[in-house]
Design a binder for this molecule. Sequence first.
Ligand code: FES
Length: 155
Amino acid sequence: MSKSPSSRRDFLATSARTATAVGLAGSCASCAWFNKNDIQVEARPEDQTLTLSFERHPALKDPHGTVNVEARDGDVRLVILRRPDGQLVALSMECTHWGCDVDWDKAKAHFECPCHGSLFDASGAVLEGPADEPLRAYPVTETETGCVVQLTPTA
Ligand code: FES
């Protein structure tokens, strides 16, 4: 039994779309794998909070200073940032588009995703897509000597 030209054309078009989708998904996974930021602090898998001192992490006192943290065996990857307005924030470094690591651009005062160009402000809000969700935020409390980060995101 032979297929009609239109059904064969449909089949080929569907196959091409599927191959493209699989290829893009594969390359995205590669992006996430190869674009991991340097991690300065690794929490223990069982840690619910993480305490960082200014003495050991002086960047946390500097405007635009950052410290990258990994917790829960790599399931949680955060950047702790001293925002230009002076407030400390802890944000997931995973872009909400396809998961590549975002980088803090000190000169432009925003996070940028190297994979497809999404931009996020210093609070994690989307400035430019394709991402359409903000970076996940984690509660952080500043103390006299440092900060305490909850390793569960804000609801
Ligand atoms: S992974 Fe696509 S913009 Fe970040």
